[in-house]
Design a protein around this ligand. Structure first.
Ligand code: GAR
Length: 191
């Protein structure tokens, strides 16, 4: 691993977790730099933000072609950028077993629940419906199964009286922005 690990962020949307990772990467003594922000959605707002920051970006649309072809393009862009570790940040597409195997142990994901609870979508609504009084977010290593793989960091967030999925999501998101840079740095210092 380079002295400052070369990290790519994969996203599908807004990219607020990516922004938190970029901000932390610019602090003195940071263990990583974000060398590429890539997306399956050319129109993702996170891509435009990254480009505006002078960060290299890449987009490939999976529409109308085999998944392997699409993922090969992403893989080639990652390798051309000398990427060592991939951080999924709101990347809303399941990676194939082949892609995960090619990057085994080097893909992290952030998920808005206290895994193993609430894999998949609508995590906040499900936590509220279950009457949970604590929610949160997890950073985990990616395996081929959805939102599975060893958890390497978690943050707990209270569910408040009257919370909706949106108000809870907003509270958890603030905690995600603190968790992800710390969990990534921690992972890099151990690998
Ligand atoms: C975040 O809450 C992230 O945890 C979630 O999507 C949001 C992306 O927001 N990820 C997943 O649900 C993955 N299963 P962002 O684009 O502002 O970082």
């Amino acid at each position: 691993m380079a002295e400052r690990a070369r990290v790519a962020v994969l996203l599908s949307g807004r990219g607020s977790n990516m922004q938190a990772l970029v901000a932390a990467s610019r602090a003195a003594g940071a263990r990583y730099e974000i060398v590429l922000v890539a997306s399956d959605k050319p129109e993702a707002p996170g891509l435009a933000w990254a480009a505006g920051q002078g960060i290299a970006t890449f987009a490939a649309s999976p529409r109308g072609r085999p998944k392997a072809e699409f993922e090969d393009e992403i893989d080639a862009a990652l390798r051309a950028a000398g990427v060592e570790v991939i951080a999924l940040a709101g990347y809303m597409r399941l990676l194939s077993a082949a892609f995960v195997a090619a990057w085994a142990g080097r893909i992290l994901n952030i998920h808005p629940s206290l895994l193993p609870k609430y894999k998949g979508l609508d995590t906040h609504a499900r936590a509220i419906a279950a009457g949970d009084d604590v929610a949160g977010a997890s950073v985990h290593l990616v395996t081929e199964a959805l939102d599975d793989g060893p958890v390497i960091g978690q943050v707990r967030v209270p569910v408040m009286e009257g919370d909706t999925a949106d108000t809870l999501a907003a509270r958890v998101l603030v905690a995600e922005h603190q968790l992800y840079p710390l969990a990534l740095s921690d992972f890099l210092s151990r690998n």
